[in-house]
Design a protein around this ligand. Structure first.
Ligand SMILES: [Fe+2]
Ligand SMILES: [Fe+2]
Length: 222
């Protein structure tokens, strides 16, 4: 099985990431490029280990995490499906049919609508938690503060100065811990855009046998 390290050297993947960065920066989206992908891959591996998945599932989580957003350069809508199909096209001879199925499912599953949120394997659940927990000031790509204030995604991310995922194996609890500058952005605005995301995280945690919690500025909200 090839590993994340091999995938990081693949020129086609790197090109799609570069084009994704360019496309989404034209659209003034938050970061979906190398910074985000490396974080999701790393966090995915850590979550998999912390909840007791196998080393192979940890590697698959890291690989799917690194490749989940590569479809954005083709289209923002349905980018999850494009990413899964592009991934298959590049690496079809490099994974067993079983692993390829899991990887494609984990990549395509990361951006489902409420009625479609379901998990068929643990790797998909890990990738959702790793992806949806990346809320942070460093994700904002525009520098104009007036522009940041007008775009709610930029505003919420910019206001988030600390973000981490705490996994308590014995309490069976996964908690997203955030520090949000409420002078810059009321917490209500976080829920305005991320309620569905939090529900997705809750389903993902439940699939892994955990409860999902959310703590903002030391207050437990979920
Ligand atoms: Fe995505
Ligand atoms: Fe993402």
């Amino acid at each position: 099985m090839i590993t994340l390290e091999d995938i990081k050297k693949n020129s086609q993947i790197l090109q799609y990431i570069k084009q994704t960065e360019k496309t989404l920066s034209e659209l003034s989206f938050t970061d979906h490029g190398l910074r985000h992908l490396e974080l999701v891959a790393e966090r995915g591996r850590q979550i998999a280990k912390a909840v007791g998945l196998s080393e192979r599932e940890g590697e698959l989580s890291a690989v799917a995490g690194f490749c989940h957003d590569i479809g954005n350069f083709l289209s923002r809508s349905h980018h999850n499906y494009f990413a899964a199909l592009l991934f298959h096209q590049i690496f079809q001879n490099d994974f067993s049919p079983e692993d390829m199925g899991i990887l494609m499912q984990a990549i395509s599953n990361h951006d489902k609508q409420q009625e479609d949120m379901a998990f068929m394997n643990a790797v998909s659940a890990v990738v959702v938690l790793a992806d949806k927990s990346d809320v942070h000031r460093s994700r904002v790509t525009v520098t104009d503060i007036e522009h940041i204030k007008k775009d709610i995604h930029d505003k919420v991310n910019y206001a988030t100065t600390e973000s981490s995922l705490k996994i308590e194996k014995f309490k069976k609890r996964i908690t997203l811990q955030l520090k949000i500058d409420t002078n810059f952005c009321p917490i209500m605005e976080y829920f305005e855009i991320f309620t569905e995301r939090m529900m997705f995280c809750r389903k993902a945690a439940e699939f892994l046998g955990y409860e999902f919690g959310l703590v903002i500025n030391k207050f437990r909200l979920l």
